[in-house]
Design a protein around this ligand. Structure first.
Ligand code: UFG
Length: 327
């Protein structure tokens, strides 16, 4: 059995990655402290509870399973929280990743796939954000992810820890079989909040800002289906297994949709009205984040197949109606 250590395997993206890894013949070992993840989401391999900053526990898990590679998803990821409490982000994300990388090197596990973000680019309006763009994060979350990217490059130079870095745009949707899905507490992401509003779990969806310089005045984002996203991770793992050079890839489709386009499509897919309230801008939001998305397709052979708005909303809606986790 080929073991892959999946940090954050109990979270939204990590749990989908575990399913994709198992389908590709690997055994995912979930390492998660359950601070934001769910034990119920660990369905495709063993679970080891632990914190990234707990080096002794990491050493124990590396020794027990001898993974051939790490997929590193575990992180705090709320922009607003990162601005109010940056120390939490530098400790959990950066110090935690340092501890993980040191443990991986000590164990001789020298391939790592890292979950980074378009938030490392910052607010570069009207620019197609490809992997060569300079990174100017405007919040502590993005800064923490950029710091980890830097650390990975240093660790490759010094210790031969090879890496594939994926910079995600807006991840959406759920496993079409609804075995795993998106479940954050509190929820801050657009599509699950729209679905909550549709079925009365909240009064309305507040649109954060209608005066942006976009065709309909609302922010534009590039949405990518979580299953397409994790497929790219398996390709990234294969890339490293095949001895290719460390590389950065954006994961987005290259097409942007406004908040209003997403609410309209949600109404169409669910055949239900979306109660909407117009509110002020949310601090820290960029006007437009759209991926320059050709590299992953050209070099990794990535073929997104589910990343249309109706498919993402439909899969999220199915999960919303049938799935939930208990701690
Ligand atoms: N939005 C609303 N109302 C809500 C929630 C969101 O109008 O109740 C809008 C936001 O203003 C934004 C869009 O919907 O324009 C998407 O918002 P999300 O919170 O779903 O996602 P973000 O665009 O904020 O997040 C993305 C990535 C993060 C990254 C961040 C950087 O998912 O990883 O961009 O800004 F950190």
């Amino acid at each position: 059995m080929t073991h892959i250590l999946v940090t954050g395997g109990a979270g939204y993206i990590g749990s989908h990655a575990c399913k994709a890894l198992a389908a590709a013949g690997y055994t995912p070992i979930t390492y998660d402290n359950l601070s934001t993840g769910w034990q119920d989401a660990v369905k495709f391999g063993p679970f080891e509870q632990g914190d990234l900053t707990d080096r002794a526990r990491l050493d124990q898990v590396f020794a027990a399973y001898q993974p051939v590679a790490v997929m590193h998803f575990a992180a705090l990821s709320q922009v607003g929280e990162s601005m109010q409490n940056p120390g939490l982000y530098w400790h959990n994300n950066v110090a935690g990743s340092l501890s993980l990388m040191q443990a991986a090197v000590a164990a001789g596990c020298l391939d790592l796939v890292f979950s980074s973000t378009c938030a490392t680019y910052g607010d570069q309006d009207n620019v197609v954000l490809d992997e060569t763009c300079a990174q100017f994060p405007i919040n502590a979350y993005g800064a923490s992810k950029r710091a980890i990217e830097d650390m990975l490059r240093d660790f490759e130079g010094a210790y031969g820890l090879r890496h594939v870095i994926f910079r995600y745009f807006n991840v959406a949707g759920a496993d079409p079989e609804a075995q795993v899905g998106e479940f954050h507490q509190p929820e801050t992401h657009l599509i699950p909040l729209i679905l909550d509003a549709i079925d009365g779990k909240r009064d309305a969806l507040t649109i954060f800002g209608t005066d942006y310089d976009t065709p309909d005045g609302t922010c534009v984002r590039d949405y990518v289906h979580v299953c397409d996203l994790v497929d790219a991770h398996v390709l990234g793992l294969n890339w490293l297994e095949n001895g290719k050079e460390s590389r950065v890839f954006n994961l987005g489709t290259g097409t942007g949709f406004s908040v209003r386009e997403v609410t309209d499509q949600s109404a169409a897919v669910t055949n239900r009205a979306v109660p909407i309230v117009e509110g002020p801008r949310r601090p820290g939001d960029c006007t437009r984040l759209v991926s320059g998305s050709t590299r992953a397709v050209a070099e990794l052979g990535w073929k997104p197949t589910r990343s249309t708005l109706p498919q993402m909303i439909g899969d999220a809606w199915r999960w919303h109606q049938t799935g939930h986790y208990d701690k």
